[in-house]
Design a protein around this ligand. Structure first.
Ligand SMILES: Cc1cc2nc3c(=O)[nH]c(=O)nc-3n(C[C@H](O)[C@H](O)[C@H](O)COP(=O)(O)OP(=O)(O)OC[C@H]3O[C@@H](n4cnc5c(N)ncnc54)[C@H](O)[C@@H]3O)c2cc1C
Length: 366
């Protein structure tokens, strides 16, 4: 019998495994495939507050800001734990209004973030262009976020898996079909014919979290994101517009993203999806129209009805912790999620009020 069994070895499950193993617990992570093969490798690694303010509720902005602040120390900790350098850049981020219609949303972004204490600077077009000369000179407005950062999420997830293993966690390949319970507590999970017994179960199966039997109604749904990359380096920092974003990937490639689509568990790329990304990205930088296509991919983000993650135990089963539904922000939110899950399992008081993320919350949006 293991202390904690985690379903899913994406960045969320792996980060939880790392923190729980560091706390001295025996931890087993089950994934039906290789760790980090799903959404956590499809992400673009932006460590900032996705979406416009209206689409990111205040509790989530607080959570995101806390998690972002953990990043420099975590990169250092991983380097020391497993000797791996994970590429992490903190050059800031530009948020653009491409046309006059976008200016209202830019002003709202400035107002809401400043109210939260986030530093955002208003840039003139000239300032934005001198920072990033490949921007469209016709843009209507720009904000600069010095806090904007980017991480190589694929390398990060693999480094976290290795750090968790080094701390004593075991990763096994197995597809979990159900969570098993008895007398108001979970007793483990079933994978094939095997019952894996555990004192605690953490459900971190990403977009598939709602498909596991024995878990009372968890409304997680897949939200496809398509993205692609082009050869060459065009920007130093992440650039956002309301319709697309551009992410420098090291010094050799540039990533362009991303769609948000409700098409079930389908991870194909479509001409329509890639076309929409191109349209948005070319508004930001027309020079990209003549760039060389390098490759496309898609992944399934774990969505929830109100776009807030699920972090917490279920009232029905106090030893079943849900850690999923991170939608567009799972890379950003992995550090704080892992800390909160560790606090729940160790019965420590939580660093912040996690009631907005309760898996038992009422939904105003359906
Ligand atoms: C195109 C795109 C761009 C993105 N960009 C960003 C970004 O810039 N910044 C950011 O913060 N986030 C971004 N995201 C979101 C981010 O990728 C996700 O929020 C995050 O990866 C979710 O991590 P996870 O561990 O919950 O899920 P996943 O990485 O999907 O991991 C879930 C794991 O559970 C396993 N699993 C599922 N069912 C079972 C089962 N029955 N038994 C065993 N194992 C199971 C799967 O095999 C998988 O390995 C992006 C996503 C996409 C698609």
């Amino acid at each position: 019998m293991t202390d904690v069994l985690i379903i899913g070895a994406g960045i969320i499950g792996a980060a939880c495994a790392w923190r729980l193993a560091q706390a001295g617990l025996s931890v087993t992570v089950l994934d039906r495939t290789a760790p980090g093969s799903e959404a956590s490798q499809a992400a673009l690694g932006v460590l900032t507050f996705h979406g416009r303010p209206g689409t990111m509720p205040q509790p989530l902005r607080v959570l995101a800001q806390m998690s972002r602040d953990f990043y420099p120390a975590i990169i250092q900790e991983l380097q020391e734990a497993v000797g791996e350098h994970v590429y992490f850049r903190q050059e800031g981020q530009l948020i653009l209004a491409i046309n006059d219609d976008d200016l209202a949303s830019l002003e709202e972004t400035l107002r809401v973030n400043r109210a939260d204490g986030v530093v955002l600077e208003q840039f003139s077009i000239e300032e934005a262009l001198s920072m990033e000369p490949n921007l469209n000179p016709e843009i209507a407005g720009a904000l600069y976020s010095p806090n904007g950062a980017w991480v190589d999420n694929t390398a990060l997830t693999q480094a976290i898996v290795r750090a968790a293993q080094k701390a004593g966690a075991t990763f096994e390949q197995a597809e979990v079909t159900s969570v098993e319970s008895h007398g108001g507590r979970v007793i483990g999970v079933r994978a094939g014919e095997t019952l894996h017994e555990a004192d605690w179960v953490v459900l971190a199966a990403g977009a598939w979290s709602g498909r596991i039997e024995g878990v009372p109604g968890l409304p997680v749904r897949p939200r496809r994101g398509q993205a692609y990359s082009v050869e060459g380096s065009y920007f130093e920092r992440v650039i956002h517009s309301p319709r697309a974003y551009i992410v420098p990937k090291g010094s050799t490639q540039t990533m362009l993203g991303a769609t948000v689509e409700d098409v079930g568990f389908d991870v194909t790329n479509t001409p329509e999806g890639l076309g929409a990304i191109s349209k948005g990205a070319f508004e930001i930088s027309p020079i990209l129209e003549t760039s060389t296509f390098a490759g496309a991919w898609a992944g399934l983000r774990p969505g929830t009805p109100d776009d807030l993650p699920f972090i917490g135990a279920l009232p029905e089963f106090p030893n079943l912790v849900i850690a999923t539904g991170h939608f567009r922000n799972g890379i950003l939110l992995a550090p704080i999620t892992a800390d909160l899950v560790r606090q729940i399992v160790l019965s420590e008081s939580a660093t912040i009020d996690i009631s907005p993320f309760s898996p038992a919350r009422e939904f105003l949006v359906s």
